[in-house]
Design a protein. Structure first.
Length: 114
């Protein structure tokens, strides 16, 4: 399961409200990249793709592809605003290591994200 905090849901609802008509949800993916090996990708979507797991958080649908799901399982996503930075923050129990710039991670899960 992937969950969004109330703050994250409100931000996604705001983004969807400013997006093209028909946009209804948030895609969360893990792809190879960064200095630690994996990185999160977020994007707005208008529909699920074949094989997606779909979660609902308030009025927001969350789409997760089958390759990313094992790495994201149990993740909670929040949205924070501060003086130094603002953005989505991932609390992922499957993260083994985070790079020094905090932009990428390695997962304790033994599968492949590709």
């Amino acid at each position: 399961m992937v969950a969004l905090t109330d703050t994250a849901v409100r931000m996604v609802e705001r983004l969807i409200g400013n997006a093209a008509e028909g946009t209804c949800g948030l895609r969360i993916m893990v792809e190879p990249g960064g200095c630690a090996g994996l990185q999160y990708l977020l994007g707005l979507e208008s529909a699920a793709m074949d094989g997606d797991e779909i979660y609902e958080a308030g009025a927001v649908k969350v789409f997760v592809d089958p390759h990313s799901l094992p790495i994201l399982h149990g993740t909670q996503i929040d949205y924070v605003e501060g003086l130094d930075t603002s953005g989505f923050v991932f609390d992922n129990p499957n993260v083994a290591n985070v790079c020094s710039c905090s932009k990428s991670f390695s997962a304790a899960w033994s599968g492949d994200a590709e």
